[in-house]
Design a protein. Structure first.
Length: 435
């Protein structure tokens, strides 16, 4: 987590002061439940809230204590006792460190998910706006990087919109899956603490009780969460790479907005580079890098160990902060993207009509030619066009064997660009509904 790629809203979730505030709330809510059950005095629970609810925890002091105790939760509880006084002895009754750490992590992950969901809404809004703007803007579709058949630029954006709609649905599910609370004590048996305490804390913290924990919340939940972030990052990179390709000088169908005073190169003043898209590719790689440790964290020794802990201290903030930044950057990139329909048309025409080869092939078969013969007839007229030796339509008109099946008028009708776009409305309704 570095300032260059960090937005303050997401960073604040992972700041030490926020973490300690959540730890306190978990302990204080547990104290309330223990007091209601008669395990600790009610006045003690009230004192905990009264003395520490509005406290600013001394991070340096907690770090100082931890250097001696070598235990972060004990260091926090020691500092909390300095604030609360003698009643602090009733805090953490029957609880273990993982009750605090795991419940806190899940609070942080759900809050991070809420920000990421808002980010996805921004991306979806930008994609929808630009998709309708270029709904019928024709451009070439490519397979293997080679010209294939016509599409529209709006369809390219609609595809991304559908993909990010799925991303949002997955993140909603991942948020729900990770939003659990465990206050079950050592090895998760509730031997030292009543399950009703867990129920109370879960409700207070906006979570649900973990059905069964082994002192730690099962890490398959977190694996799902970070895997979802990784898939979203891949979707970010997919559209970023598309923009990078479209901005290449030889293509130049779209490019990133280039602001007044912006510089593209320290050496070449003419450069306008796709730096935002390239940055998104790099950020996406970093988010995905945390998927593997998240999957490996599922496997712990017996009821628990802490092999997952060190990885999660990095992956929690880093993955969410990085994806948050990337999504907001992507939304802005799409919103300000410069689109060049004239260049799109120029590229469509670049292969002299070859983009209509399949339609000619099918027409020949419908007129009685075998598919094998039809393919040969079309291909033998297409290959000279690849070499720059003529126009596809004119070559077909001059081919006597082709003329046995198709007249000039019939051939010309097969080169209608609009034919390829006749179902754009249908696709848009599937993606965006009737709006």
């Amino acid at each position: 987590m570095i300032p260059r790629y960090t937005r303050p809203e997401m960073a604040s979730i992972w700041e030490p002061q926020t973490r300690f505030k959540i730890w306190f709330e978990i302990e204080a809510h547990a104290a309330d439940a223990l007091a209601e059950l008669g395990t600790i005095p009610k006045e003690a629970a009230k004192t905990v809230w009264a003395k520490a609810k509005d406290a600013t925890f001394d991070v340096a002091r907690i770090d100082e204590i931890e250097r001696e105790t070598k235990h972060d939760v004990i260091a926090f509880l020691t500092h909390l006792a300095e604030i609360v006084g003698p009643e602090a002895r009733f805090v953490h009754q029957g609880m273990t460190s993982s009750d605090v750490l795991d419940t806190c992590l899940n609070v942080q992950l759900t809050r991070a998910a809420d920000l990421l969901l808002a980010d996805l809404d921004k991306v979806l809004a930008a994609l929808k706006k630009r998709a309708f703007e270029h709904k019928m803007t024709p451009t070439i579709g490519r397979s293997h990087g080679i010209h294939a058949e016509p599409v529209t630029f709006g369809l390219k954006l609609a595809y991304a919109y559908a993909e990010f709609t799925r991303a949002k649905e997955r993140l909603i599910a991942a948020r729900k899956e990770v939003a659990t609370c465990a206050i079950s004590g050592a090895v998760g048996t509730f031997a030292q603490i009543d399950p009703r305490v867990e129920e109370h804390v879960a409700k207070a913290m906006g979570l649900v009780p973990e059905p069964i924990s082994t002192q730690v919340i099962p890490r398959d939940r977190h694996a799902m969460y970070f895997s979802t972030l990784g898939v979203i990052a891949s979707s970010v990179e997919r559209i970023a790479v598309e923009i990078r390709h479209m901005q290449r000088t030889e293509v130049l169908e779209a490019e990133e907005f280039f602001s007044e005073g912006q510089k593209g190169s320290s050496a070449m003043p003419h450069k306008r580079n796709p730096v935002l898209s390239e940055n998104l590719t790099g950020l996406s790689r970093m988010v995905r890098a945390y998927v593997t440790p998240a999957l490996e964290n599922v496997v712990l020794w017996h009821e628990r160990d802490i092999s997952h802990s060190s990885a999660e201290r990095m992956m929690g903030p880093d993955a969410t902060v990085t994806l948050d930044f990337a999504l907001v950057r992507l939304a802005g990139l799409v919103d300000k993207l410069l689109v060049y329909p004239a260049n799109m048309q120029k590229n469509l025409d670049r292969l002299g009509g070859l983009v209509h080869s399949q339609r000619v092939l099918l027409a020949l078969t419908q007129k009685g030619a075998s598919r094998e013969d039809s393919y040969k007839l079309v291909q033998r007229n297409a290959m000279p066009v690849w070499r720059g030796e003529g126009d596809f339509l004119q070559l077909l008109k001059k081919d006597a064997e082709v003329r046995k099946y198709l007249s000039d008028a019939e051939l010309e009708e097969l080169f209608d660009l609009g034919y390829h776009l006749k179902h754009v409305d249908t696709i848009f309704k599937r993606v965006f509904g009737e709006s």
